[in-house]
Design a protein around this ligand. Structure first.
Ligand SMILES: [Zn+2]
Length: 457
């Protein structure tokens, strides 16, 4: 019987035979990995064959026995240790009316993909981090696997499509009371008196809609690059927000939503995410955003009883702009004028109302300002009045709630870092799939695509 010590001896002898002994540790590690690769591949091949043989000929979709069974159909799959070949049976389901390989489904393999589930996972994960060309090099370095950039890209797209399907299922659940109950049932038990914070924003992604035709289109006077809105939101509980030693806030656990499929889709996705994080158990729901009208329409529609809050930074920015319009941008007069208002906004109960009243008084001293300044006054008064019930910043501080939507802004820049990289070859449809894949990963639901990733080993 071979014991571990014998195996270690054998591996050592192999490395020695390669003449790879007197090297730095990085090279030693690589040598051990290389000489054991074929052994591991063989073991995996045997295990895979055994699992394929054990699999009965039931239809993976409906469970019915398959007819017209053909045995010993060969297949080769690329695994982390190299190509693995096995044979399995193939049959026809009279009920579903399709041909299938039950063993492939049981093994977690897909019809057209040449990769093992772990290799599929590596492709998906690496493509989220970098464009496929770079990812291909990184995979080679880290695992010794040679996966071409095009395979990586194709595989990541396929996983993205799977992520999209899962997302669509979630969206559909929000349409019925039963579905909502299913989503709410996935939520953990929330601590008593929980506050759920929802932050919403949007950013732009620039895409080429017409690959290879740029020059022709430019000559024809058409713009080949377009900007698309990516609607983004994040959901977390107030008790999941902590402060680092440096004083920077961190959120230990939170949900993400990112989509370019329009506001209706965002609404459903966000509702689904909030439900799964305990929306129905939360005592207080808080929605934060900037001044964009669509944010507040969405909040009123979807989170009817939520407290709404305008991002403090945006509110202040508007006051600064007005100060500049009235007294000159960057002038000491502008600053002297705006300072008390900024203080009122943050420190007074109903501070926003005081600011509005005071600016209204100012507006009445008509002859003090020219037409342009009057316009600026009217514009900013309209803005402040529109949002007056969303500026309870004193109350926010008292209750330990955020006054700003910093969390969503950092979320947007995280997504942007990946999606604005040059040299990627994502199409319009591919982008949405990649967004769905990235979001699934961020939301801690990776195991839904890669069940093996849930095991701790
Ligand atoms: Zn069937």
């Amino acid at each position: 019987m071979v014991v571990e010590a014998d195996m270690a001896e054998w591996i050592y002898a192999q490395v020695e035979a390669l003449g790879a002994v007197d090297q730095d540790m990085g090279r030693l590690e690589k040598a051990v990995d290389a000489v054991t690769r074929e052994v591991r591949r063989r073991v995996l091949e045997r295990l895979t064959q055994a699992a394929a043989t054990r699999e009965e000929f039931g239809c993976p979709t409906c469970g019915e026995m398959l007819s017209v069974v053909r045995h010993r159909q060969g297949r080769t799959v690329e695994s982390g240790f190299g190509p693995v070949r096995f044979e399995r049976s193939y049959g026809f389901c009279p009920h579903c009316g399709h041909y299938c390989f039950p063993a492939d489904v049981a093994l977690g393999l897909h019809e057209r993909a040449q990769s093992s589930p772990r290799v599929q996972e590596v492709c998906a994960l690496m493509t989220l981090q970098a464009p496929a060309g770079q990812a291909s090099e990184d995979v080679q370095r880290l695992t010794g696997l040679t996966i071409s950039a095009s395979t990586l890209h194709r595989e990541a797209c396929r996983q993205g499509e799977r992520a999209l399907k899962l997302r669509q299922k979630q969206e559909q659940l929000t349409a019925t009371a039963d579905g909502v109950a299913v989503l709410a049932g996935r939520a953990p038990r929330l601590p008593q008196h929980s506050t759920m914070v929802i932050e919403i924003d949007a950013w732009n992604i620039r895409e080429r809609d017409h690959w290879g035709q740029t020059e022709a289109r430019r000559k024809a006077g058409e713009e080949s690059e377009r900007w698309h809105w990516v609607y983004t939101a994040t959901v977390f509980r107030l008790d999941q927000r902590a402060t680092k030693q440096s004083g920077r806030p961190v959120i230990t656990d939170r949900g993400y939503v990112a989509t370019r499929q329009g506001l209706e889709s965002l609404k459903r996705q966000l509702y689904a995410e909030a439900l799964q994080r305990g929306l129905l158990q939360a005592e207080t729901v808080l929605v934060l955003g900037d001044g964009a009208v669509w944010i507040w329409n969405l909040a009123a529609d979807t989170f009817e009883h939520a407290t709404q809050r305008l991002d403090l930074f945006h509110a202040k920015e508007h006051l600064w702009t007005l100060a500049g319009d009235l007294y000159g941008r960057g002038s000491p007069e502008a600053e002297a004028w705006v300072r008390p208002y900024l203080r009122w906004l943050e420190q007074r109960k109903d501070g926003a109302l005081d600011v509005i009243r005071s600016i209204e008084d100012l507006q009445r001293t008509l002859n003090a300002f020219d037409e342009k300044q009057q316009k600026a006054l009217a514009r900013e008064l309209a803005y402040l009045t529109e949002h007056k019930d969303r500026m309870d910043y004193k109350q926010a501080r008292k209750q330990g709630q955020p006054s700003g939507s910093g969390a969503i802004e950092s979320t947007c820049s995280q997504y942007q870092r990946r999606f604005k990289l040059t040299g990627q070859f994502w199409s319009l449809a591919g982008d949405e799939a990649l967004l769905a894949l990235d979001t699934l990963h961020r939301n801690g639901r990776w195991h839904l695509l890669f069940p093996h990733s849930a095991d701790r080993s």
